[in-house]
Ligand binder design. Structure first.
Ligand SMILES: C[S@@+](CC[C@H](N)C(=O)[O-])C[C@H]1O[C@@H](n2cnc3c(N)ncnc32)[C@H](O)[C@@H]1O
Length: 232
């Protein structure tokens, strides 16, 4: 069986399974191969924007004898997919802004039964915001480490309800205070927000943006005081 790193294992653990999935930006197709081998999914479309990554994917799929279950497809985001073709979409290993952009360009994903597994390498804020502003409920949020790096991983269901959350949630999520990886990630987000707010103040512009950031910063500081487990 193919071996997955902690980051991709976390994504695999959040897959609902049972049907067909799309793995967008698949590169070596490790994730769909693993999911087929474990029997969690029956069929996958492994897509990528690049010919080179798709050649990597083809090698992995052939090596493990899964060509009848995994289709390879050249596609910019979800452009080469038809609505309803897959009920579950995985996008891992890209920046949060790019992931949100890919999802935004495919409004057909907002439909009952749609399940997403997203693993941003940065800008988790953009992923949370996109999900909540587009009727997705975040059902799980994991934080895993590989060496010194810490990664976020989300799963979400489309409910079509108003899932919007307070601004601080988009930055910090609902990661448990007892999780050391989560605390480390939140501290980094907090430090980044403080630096950005200070820079805006020094530049003497975008007062509204600075005020909004200060509100988020203060909310997090209160959270830290209240639960006693987080330090700044
Ligand atoms: C760092 S790799 C991640 C591979 C794998 N998903 C993982 O998490 O290990 C990012 C992949 O996304 C692909 N990619 C970037 N932009 C894309 C887009 N707009 N549509 C589809 N694939 C894209 C790249 O070609 C690359 O193969």
């Amino acid at each position: 069986m193919i071996h997955l790193t902690n980051r991709l294992s976390a994504a695999a653990s959040l897959v609902r399974g049972g049907g067909s999935i799309a793995d967008v930006g698949t590169d070596h197709a490790y994730l769909p191969v693993y999911l087929c081998q474990t029997g969690k999914i029956k069929r996958a479309v492994a897509s990528d924007i690049g010919e080179g990554p798709l050649e990597n994917a083809a090698r992995t799929v052939e090596r493990w004898g899964l060509s009848d279950q995994i289709e390879l497809r050249l596609s910019d985001g979800l452009d080469a997919f038809t609505p309803g073709e897959v009920g579950e979409i995985l996008i891992c290993g890209m920046g949060g802004e790019l992931i949100a952009g890919i999802l935004r360009a495919a409004p057909w994903i907002c439909r009952p039964g749609m399940h997403l597994v997203l693993q941003p390498m940065s800008h988790g804020v953009d992923v949370r915001r996109f999900l909540c502003e587009n009727g997705f409920q975040i059902e799980n949020e994991l934080c895993v480490s590989e060496g010194r790096r810490v990664y976020l991983c989300f799963s979400a269901n489309w409910t079509g309800q108003d899932e919007r959350q307070p601004e601080a949630y988009y930055y910090f999520g609902e990661l448990p205070a007892a999780d050391a990886n989560a605390r480390m990630l939140q501290k980094r987000v907090y430090a980044h927000l403080c630096t950005r707010a200070d820079a805006l103040r020094e530049a003497g512009r975008l007062a509204e943006e600075e005020a909004a950031l200060r509100t988020v910063i203060e909310t997090y500081e209160r959270m830290c005081q209240d639960d006693g487990q987080r330090d700044l």
